[in-house]
Design a binder for this molecule. Structure first.
Ligand code: FAD
Ligand code: DLZ
Ligand code: SF4
Length: 508
């Protein structure tokens, strides 16, 4: 009998589980542009254009495959703004009793649909697993069961074995699981990364741009110069260009940062994988093949595959294992409001200014900018996890709660008390100086430890360590830092204290 198939905005995959047995002759597909989804956090304008344009292109492709698609547009007069209301309307209207959905990526939506399901036993509403992920909820729970610590590294090794990726029999290729020690190079000024792959907006994208400019003018982010891929075919082109132009140096410069360039040797694929335009295994296989063809070295290929096969699946597993309690944890009791410069980039700290500017312009910043500049500052300054999470969830084109929350709440803020990271990723200015050219253009002196001209990351780091000594000094991975703190003179400690207090008072 006929059924309604609901496709969410990040389920734009031809092979999505909700469509697997769909019959074009009888079934109806529903897609809805919703104000509720655009505004539950006010997403970056470029992210909205990406999602809506990709949705419209996907609907067109489904129609071309012979499907009937009911596409609810943002500006439709009778758009109720709510998934279940739109669903119910169509079900009532068509007399259809069956409805199929692939599980939503975010907990809040899953709740919403499950509530609806419970309240409407008259419909046969089936919520299917999202098997675009390479590790199911049950498999992750099985892996996690009985483990005291959920370390990504061990999860990753099992995924390598299970999918037989970069393996030589039962051993890892090159005899090592992880080649990261080759991957922490600063980028010399002479290295010129290739320009990112760009697409000129077509008619559909241009009309979305106009609509977003009009409707979401108050949202964060620049709208001009939109150049993202919006179809699976274009995402394939981004993948191909990454493999041939960037992958060989991906490993070497994975942690490097450069003034006015967030793109570097990264893949820029995260937003497309998360939307469903590209399957993670395609990216993994393409990288593995490049290694076997001698086009890229093992440190690069292994580093990239660890991100996609390891980290991406691990954070998704952790999210579903720990929600809904996870987001309410606040182990370090951080409460400071998010400073305004996270929105307008107006700060003298050049590294932060750069990273916010990149984010605002492109809805993109790479991993180390997010972790070691924007995140590190949030950790050291004790910013309120709820506000920090909201910021990350709305500013990045690749952000959905299932991936944003573990990265921010766990990895960056240590708000989960070490479920995800074995220690806080706290660092002073020396790290940022080693990995970037930001400090050369900064009004602060990265070599000074305290005082009005000292790099604020330096005294905020020691201030953070002192403040959280009770919780952190037993951690063996923090031992070295605490020995250093103990060796500081009372006078040095006082100077750090004073500088941090003055700086933090001015912050808000
Ligand atoms: P690359 O550097 O080329 O990495 C390749 C791919 O690996 C990415 O596309 C992504 O699919 C995957 N990946 C890498 N690191 C991670 C990770 N830590 N978690 C999950 N997947 C990973 N990623 C998101 O997709 N959405 C987010 O909202 C998000 N928020 C983050 C917040 C913070 C504070 C940090 C530290 C990281 C966050 N990440 C997030 C992970 C990572 O920074 C982005 O996936 C990456 O920067 C996207 O750019 P890229 O595609 O060029 O990645
Ligand atoms: C992110 C997003 C946005 C901005 N808009 C829509 C939308 O209008 N309609 C829709 O179906 N999905 C949208 N999405 C993606 C959903 O928010 C996404 O499915 C959930 O966050 C679960 O990952
Ligand atoms: Fe950032 Fe400090 Fe370097 Fe300035 S000196 S760019 S604040 S790390």
């Amino acid at each position: 009998s006929p059924s309604l198939r609901l496709i969410l905005g990040d389920q734009l995959s031809a092979a999505i589980s909700s469509l697997r047995d769909a019959n074009p002759a009888t079934d109806l597909i529903l897609m809805c542009e919703l104000r509720a989804e655009a505004c539950y956090v006010p997403h970056h304008k470029k992210k909205l254009v990406l999602v809506f344009s990709a949705m419209r292109h996907f609907a067109k492709q489904l129609q071309a495959r012979g499907f009937k698609v009911k596409y609810v547009r943002l500006d439709d007069a009778d758009n109720s703004g709510c998934f279940t209301t739109e669903m119910e309307r169509i079900l009532t209207h068509s007399g259809c009793r069956n409805c199929v959905l692939t599980e939503p990526g975010e907990y809040r939506l899953r709740q919403q649909f499950e509530h609806w399901q419970a309240a409407h036993p008259e419909y046969n509403f089936e919520i299917r697993e999202d098997d675009r992920f390479l590790c199911s909820h049950a498999e992750f729970a099985r892996w996690a069961k009985g483990r005291k610590q959920l370390r990504m590294e061990y999860f990753y090794r099992e995924m390598r074995r299970r999918y037989d990726i970069l393996m030589a029999g039962s051993k890892p290729l090159g005899d090592q699981w992880n080649l990261d020690r080759n991957n922490r190079k600063p980028m010399p000024a002479s290295v010129q990364p290739p320009a990112p792959t760009r697409f000129e907006p077509d008619t559909i994208t241009r009309s979305v741009i106009t609509q977003v400019a009009k409707t979401f003018d108050d949202h964060f982010g620049d709208l001009d110069d939109f150049h993202f891929a919006v179809t699976a075919e274009q995402a394939q082109q981004v993948l191909a260009a990454f493999i041939s132009e960037r992958l060989p140096l991906f490993g070497d410069y994975q942690d490097a940062m450069r003034q006015d360039d967030p793109w570097l040797y990264h893949s820029h694929l995260g937003a497309y994988i998360n939307l469903g335009l590209l399957h993670p295994m395609e990216a993994i296989k393409a990288a593995e093949q490049a290694y076997h063809q001698g086009l890229a070295p093992l440190n690069a290929v292994e580093g990239f595959i660890r991100q996609v096969l390891g980290w991406r699946e691990y954070v998704r597993g952790l999210y579903w294992l720990k929600m809904p309690d996870y987001r309410n944890l606040n182990q370090l009791q951080a409460t400071r409001p998010l400073p305004r410069f996270y929105w307008d980039a107006e700060t003298d700290l050049n590294c932060l200014r750069q990273c916010v500017q990149d984010t605002k312009a492109h809805a993109y910043a790479h991993h180390i900018q997010r972790l070691m500049v924007l995140g590190n500052f949030a950790l050291l300054a004790g910013l309120d996890p709820e506000q920090v999470n909201e910021w990350y969830l709305l500013v990045y084109a690749d952000a959905y709660e299932w991936v944003e929350l573990p990265n921010v709440h766990g990895m960056v803020l240590f708000a989960d008390g070490g479920i995800m990271a074995s220690k806080p990723y706290a660092a002073g200015g020396a790290y940022i100086n080693r990995m970037s050219d930001y400090c050369k253009h900064c009004r602060y002196d990265v070599k000074l430890k305290s005082g009005p001209d000292a790099c604020p990351f330096n005294y905020l780091y020691w201030n953070f360590m002192a403040e959280h000594a009770e919780q952190l000094q037993q951690n063996p991975r923090m031992a070295l830092a605490y020995r250093h703190l103990e060796r500081m003179s009372a006078e040095q400690r006082q100077q750090v204290d004073d500088s941090a207090r003055i700086f933090l008072e001015q912050l808000t």
